[in-house]
Write a protein of this length. Structure first.
Length: 260
């Protein structure tokens, strides 16, 4: 069986309260050997930390979502930094910019984003970036601020090929989720074709963005296998090769060894 690494899950949210054990079992049966649980506010970070202590195959990314930047305090930043001492915290995020929603003004989002870029450099962990209708601005900030040696991930990337290249040039990996499988979504397919194999990652972003044929339903980590299948088709290689390559990329980026 292939071994997959779902680099972005939210099994720490309420949509999984009733059947988390079954969801994780289905994921393991589908070949998902590792999952990165992303906390993006006080509640979900706390839950992520509890889950990684409970399950050996779960790891945590912790940060503050751009939509909620208006609620982000220096105390929150200090708390996140203190939690990075936990051995299973493997990245900072998801941070970034989201211009789709208007809860947090762009200037406030940018300030929170820059603070978390600085944090990622201070603690030496990769940076996980959320972008919605803001990919060009994200690339500009990354070029201005610089990405630390730990690198990072453009999570569920939705930008164009030019922006992807800018992100690759500053040291980021590009991750694809359910949208790459959507029949009417050509842009992520085009970008996936041009991303070098050694910078490629896969994810679900569950419970959001379920891949075809589950579009519109609750997503779960087992469905990352469908993303791997589509990427393999686009790249003209086998699913086994994509599984091996993306898993190796994730483990290298997150600093995990074969013993993890």
């Amino acid at each position: 069986m292939v071994e997959l690494f779902d680099t972005h899950v939210h099994v720490n949210v309420h949509q999984f309260d009733d059947d988390l054990e079954d969801v994780l079992t289905r994921a393991r049966e589908a070949g998902v050997k590792w999952m990165n649980v992303v906390g993006f506010d006080r509640e979900t970070i706390t839950r992520a930390m509890a889950l990684v202590d409970e399950y050996e195959f779960l790891y945590a990314t912790i940060g503050w979502h751009p939509v909620d930047s208006v609620d982000f305090t220096d105390e929150d930043l200090a708390w996140i930094e203190s939690l990075t001492e936990h051995p299973k915290v493997i990245a900072i995020g998801e941070t970034g910019l989201d211009y789709h929603w208007d809860k947090s003004p762009a200037a406030v989002q940018k300030e929170a984003f820059i603070k978390q870029i600085q944090l990622h450099k201070r603690v030496g962990l990769p940076l996980v970036i959320h972008g919605r209708e803001a990919q060009a601005d994200i690339a500009t900030i990354l070029e201005q601020e610089g990405v630390g040696p730990a690198g990072g991930i453009m999570h569920c990337f939705s930008g164009d090929e030019e922006t992807a290249k800018r992100c690759l040039d500053v040291g980021m990996h590009i991750s694809f989720g359910g949208p790459v499988t959507f029949k009417n979504a050509q842009l992520p397919k085009d970008v996936a074709k041009m991303v070098p194999l050694d910078r490629l990652l896969i994810e679900t972003d569950c419970p959001f963005l379920a891949p075809h044929p589950y579009r519109g339903k609750r997503n779960e980590p087992a469905h990352v296998a469908l993303v791997a299948e589509k990427i393999a088709e686009l790249k003209g290689v086998t699913v086994e090769e994509i599984a091996e390559i993306t898993t190796a990329n994730a483990k290298r980026l997150f600093g995990l060894t074969d013993e993890n």
